[in-house]
Design a protein around this ligand. Sequence first.
Ligand code: IPM
Ligand code: MG
Length: 389
Amino acid sequence: MTEYIKNASKKFEELLERQLKRVEMINASKDYIDYAGLDKIIIGVAGGDGIGPVITNESARVLKYLLDDEVKAGRVEFKDIEGLTIENRVKHNKAIPDDVLDEIKKCHVILKGPTTTPRAGDEWPNIESANVAMRKELDLFANVRPVKVTEKGIDWTFFRENTEGSYTLGSEGINVTDDLAIDFTVTTTEGTRRIAKMAYDYARKNHKDHVSIITKANVVKTTDGKFLRICQEIAKDYPEIRTTDWYIDITTAKLIDEKRRTDFKVFILPNLYGDIITDEAAEFQGGVGTAGSANLGKRYAMFEAIHGSAPRMVKEGRDKYADPCSMLRASVLLLSHIGYQKQADLLERALDICMFEEKKISITGRDTGCTCSEFGDYVMDTAMKLAAK
Ligand code: IPM
Ligand code: MG
């Protein structure tokens, strides 16, 4: 055996050992946390970097307004989490520095701003994405992304598997020689069962009669094949729901087919396909800036925008004009997740009015439109009027 193969095999062995440990951990993970049973729910607010702090603080301001009674009664507490900036992550050479992770783990749910994801060749060392690391560290296995365009009949909910697929070892591929690089894709039985169950439970509870499983199982036979097979097994427990399976390539096409796309309701997808297709889907709704996402696990949950940190806006001094709508949509998901459905509905309705109906002021990303905090005021004002009705 050449030295190259020996070295690569050694690394591969280590990866397998760690993944088998992860499988044990997933298999042993117990029931979902019951927020109603907690004395106090702690909401961590981590601004991230780029436009992150501006849009996250604005959303936290709106959340604090909506949860004012709960905060006063001591049932909800907001906690600022510093240190998720690219500068601090680079300083510690870690996707999430240990002390920041400790603070995060003291919370129940996190509102997280976008964080810069380095890649080879840019101004930062190529450390792992903070998003990806947080999803793994907190075992946030479900990335739930709703997309709705009522007048076009679009009402989709994506259940993107969030800790496996090509992301699990995304920073740990092996350069076997200068000429050969290998990455890995991971599918586990329980990792797939739990995302599939969550999607079908959601469909059942919300009277959605169609679930679509998206893979490329005809080509990526082992991991996507397993993902598809397990989802289909879970589907048997939900006979009232129609299950269809699609390949990712034709799915991207069907989402722009106006006659067919309204038939889709709930999607289950491996990580990378979910990443790609939720950007496409959000575009119908007005772009990634309008879409929020929930990262759910059994113990923790994190809510974020689906877009990046837009460092250029900061460089050009335009961060105060950043659009908080994605983080506000994420806040709707957060409220609903921790059991404040009335406040979630109120915020969602206020956002629809401010973004699509009344549009008294609008965000353009520069001084031709309103600022982030003016928009926040507008949303709170609208929510207040709705609540008074
Ligand atoms: C997303 C983002 C992240 C991902 C990036 C920033 C690592 O695109 O949340 O969709 O790829 O998951
Ligand atoms: Mg993405």
